[in-house]
Design a protein around this ligand. Structure first.
Ligand SMILES: [Zn+2]
Length: 70
């Protein structure tokens, strides 16, 4: 399994652009982390990773939509 190789715009290192990589597509994982949208989401929410955080966000959104519906 191979992924497209990108060059990070921050540190100019090559990295594999994996599907579902958190952060920017033109930044390596290391450079994406400090730019996270909220201050240490892992610590403050207890989510194990971004995917779980996103899933939680989506379900919260769904909750709102359903609520509006009823
Ligand atoms: Zn980088």
């Amino acid at each position: 399994m191979s992924f497209p190789i990108r060059v990070c715009v921050i540190c100019h290192e090559e990295f594999e652009l994996k599907p579902g990589k958190p952060g920017f597509a033109n930044r390596c994982p290391a450079c994406s982390e400090p730019e996270a949208d909220s201050p240490s989401p892992k610590d403050s929410t207890g989510f194990q990773n971004d995917r779980e955080a996103n899933a939680a966000r989506r379900s919260a959104m769904r909750d709102l939509l359903y609520r509006k519906d009823t």
